[in-house]
Design a protein around this ligand. Structure first.
Ligand SMILES: [Zn+2]
Ligand SMILES: [Zn+2]
Length: 475
C-alpha cells in the first residue's frame, strides 16, 4: 500500500512536471500556428497607418483580437479614446505587456526595396504595427499558459496610443493605471536582436506660437509685425544656445506654420521643439532656457507668443533583474534567418543604405548582454519604468543598418522580415512572463531594485505637467 502511494505520488509529480514543461512548449508552438493570423493583423495596422491619438481602427482591431480570447476590455482609459487595457486572470503577480500602434506623419512607403510612397499621410516607420501585434500575441499566449496550468496571476495588455510625441503612457501612469502592476514588459522593432539594459533620453516638447499683424509685405510693411520673425529669432537664439548646453543634450525643431504667402506679412507662425537629455533635470533646465528665447524673440519682433506643452517623458530605468531573464529568453528564441527572396530584398535595401550587401550574420545574432547600452531616442515607457519594474527587448524587424523613422523601416516592416521578427518578440515576451509567473522571487527582487534605483525621496512628477492628453497634436 505504502509502495503504491509512493509510486502514485512519483507518477503525479512526474506528470505535473511533464505538463508544465509541455505547456510552455505548447504555448510557443501555438504562437507559431497563429503567426499567419498575427501577420494579417499587423499588416492591417501597417495599412491603416494611423497617427497618434487617431488610431481608431488599429486600437479596435487589437481590442477585438483580445476580446475574442476572453480578455476583459476597458477602453478609453486616461481620457484617451484609443487607449485601452485588456485583462485576463486574477490575483498577483500582475504582468503588464505594453503595446503601441501609432504611425509617423509623412513617411508613407510601399513594402518595396526602393523609395515609393503609398500615397498616405503617414507610415509605420517605427514599426509600431509590429509592436502592438506582438504584444497582443504574447498576452494571449501568457493567458493560454495561465489557463492550461491553472496558475494564479493576471496578464494585462496595455494599449498605449501616441508614443511618437504624444506621450500616451504618461497619462496612463499619471492616472494610476499601473499602480497595482508588478512588472511591465515591452519591446521595440529594430535592426538588431538585443535585450540589454537599454537607455532612452528624457524629453520635453512644445509648440511655440507667435502672433503678429498682417499687412501688404511690399506696400505697407511698416504696418505689419511678422510672426515668422518671432519664430526665426527664437530659432537663431536656440541655435546659439547649443554651444552652452551639456554635450549629450539634443534639441530639434520644425516650423509647422511659417505663413502662407510671401506678399502677406504672416500674423501667425508656429515652431515645434523637442529637448532631450539622459537626465530629466537637465531637460527641465534647458526647456526653461528655451522659453526665455521665445519670450525674447517676441519682445524683439513686436509679436506676442504663447506655447503649448505637447509631450514630456522620463528617461528609461531598465530593471536588470528582469532584463537578464529577457536576454536569456531572447537567446533561446534566436535571431532572424532570411529566405532567398528576403535576402534579395535585403540586398537591395542595403544598397540604398550605402552598404555593399546584406549582412546576414547581423540579423541572425543576438547582441551580447550589457548593462551600459546607450540610446538617443526617447520613449514614454520611461514613465512606466519609474512606476513598475520594466524590461524590454528589440528584434531585427528591419534590414541591418536601417534607421528607425526611415522609408526603409516602413518597407521592411511591411514584409515577412518584419513579421518573422515580430513573432520572435512575441515568444520572448511570453517566455519572460512565464518565468515571472513561475518564480515569485523575481518580482520581489525586481521591486527592490526599482526602489533602490529611484532613490528614497522619489516622487513622480510628469514632465508634461497637468495638461490633458494632446488629442489634436497631429491635426
Ligand atoms: Zn519612433
Ligand atoms: Zn517607436
Amino acid at each position: 500500500m505504502k509502495k503504491l502511494l509512493t509510486t502514485t505520488l512519483i507518477t503525479i509529480l512526474y506528470l505535473n512536471f511533464g505538463i508544465a514543461q509541455t505547456s510552455e512548449k505548447k504555448v510557443l508552438e501555438k504562437l507559431d500556428t497563429k503567426s499567419t493570423a498575427y501577420t494579417k493583423i499587423a499588416q492591417s495596422i501597417w495599412d491603416y497607418a494611423e497617427m497618434g491619438y487617431q488610431e481608431e481602427k488599429s486600437s479596435a482591431l487589437l481590442q477585438k483580437t483580445l476580446a475574442d480570447e476572453n480578455f476583459k476590455i476597458e477602453k478609453g482609459v486616461a481620457g484617451i479614446p484609443t487607449a485601452f487595457i485588456a485583462e485576463y486572470g486574477s490575483g498577483s503577480p500582475v504582468i503588464a505587456i505594453l503595446g503601441e500602434y501609432d504611425a509617423l506623419p509623412g513617411l508613407s512607403q510601399k513594402a518595396v526595396s526602393h523609395k515609393e510612397s503609398l500615397g498616405k499621410t503617414a507610415g509605420h516607420a517605427c514599426g509600431h504595427h509590429l509592436f502592438g501585434t506582438a504584444s497582443t500575441a504574447a498576452a494571449i499566449a501568457v493567458k493560454d499558459w495561465i489557463k492550461a496550468n491553472k496558475v494564479k496571476g493576471t496578464v494585462r495588455f496595455y494599449g498605449c496610443p501616441a508614443e511618437e510625441g504624444g506621450s500616451g503612457k504618461v497619462y496612463m501612469v499619471r492616472e494610476g493605471l499601473f499602480d497595482d502592476v508588478d512588472i511591465a514588459l515591452h519591446w521595440h522593432p529594430n535592426n538588431a536582436n538585443a535585450a540589454s539594459a537599454g537607455a532612452a533620453l528624457a524629453n520635453k516638447s512644445a509648440k511655440f506660437r507667435f502672433y503678429g499683424v498682417s499687412a501688404h509685405a511690399a506696400a505697407a510693411p511698416d504696418k505689419g509685425r511678422s510672426a515668422l520673425d518671432g519664430v526665426e529669432s527664437m530659432n537663431m537664439m536656440v541655435n546659439l544656445m547649443r554651444e552652452h548646453i551639456p554635450q549629450e543634450a539634443r534639441i530639434h525643431y520644425v516650423i509647422t506654420d511659417g505663413g502662407k504667402a510671401p506678399n502677406v506679412v504672416p500674423d501667425f507662425a508656429e515652431v515645434y521643439y523637442y529637448v532631450r537629455h539622459n537626465r530629466r533635470d537637465v531637460v527641465i533646465d534647458i526647456f526653461d532656457r528655451l522659453l526665455k528665447t521665445a519670450e525674447g524673440a517676441a519682445l524683439g519682433t513686436g509679436t506676442t507668443m504663447d506655447y503649448e506643452m505637447i509631450g514630456g517623458t522620463h528617461e528609461l530605468l531598465p530593471n536588470l533583474t528582469l532584463q537578464k531573464i529577457m536576454h536569456d529568453n531572447l537567446t533561446k528564441v534566436g535571431g532572424v534567418s532570411y529566405t532567398d527572396e528576403e535576402k534579395k530584398f535585403a540586398n537591395e535595401i542595403s544598397i540604398t543604405l550605402g552598404l555593399k550587401e546584406f549582412d546576414e550574420e547581423k540579423a541572425l545574432k543576438i547582441m551580447p548582454y550589457t548593462t551600459e547600452a546607450r540610446a538617443f531616442g526617447s520613449t514614454d515607457v520611461g514613465d512606466v519604468s519609474f512606476a513598475v519594474p520594466t524590461a524590454g527587448l528589440s528584434t531585427a524587424t528591419w534590414v541591418p543598418g536601417t534607421a528607425a523613422h526611415s522609408w526603409q523601416a516602413v518597407a521592411a516592416g511591411g514584409t515577412s522580415i518584419g513579421y518573422k521578427a515580430m513573432m520572435n518578440a512575441a515568444k520572448t515576451l511570453t517566455l519572460t512572463a512565464i518565468d515571472v509567473l513561475n518564480n515569485p522571487d523575481v518580482v520581489k527582487k525586481a521591486k527592490e531594485e526599482l526602489i533602490e534605483k529611484r532613490g528614497e525621496d522619489f516622487t513622480y512628477i510628469p514632465l508634461l505637467g497637468d495638461r490633458k492628453p494632446a488629442l489634436d497634436y497631429r491635426n
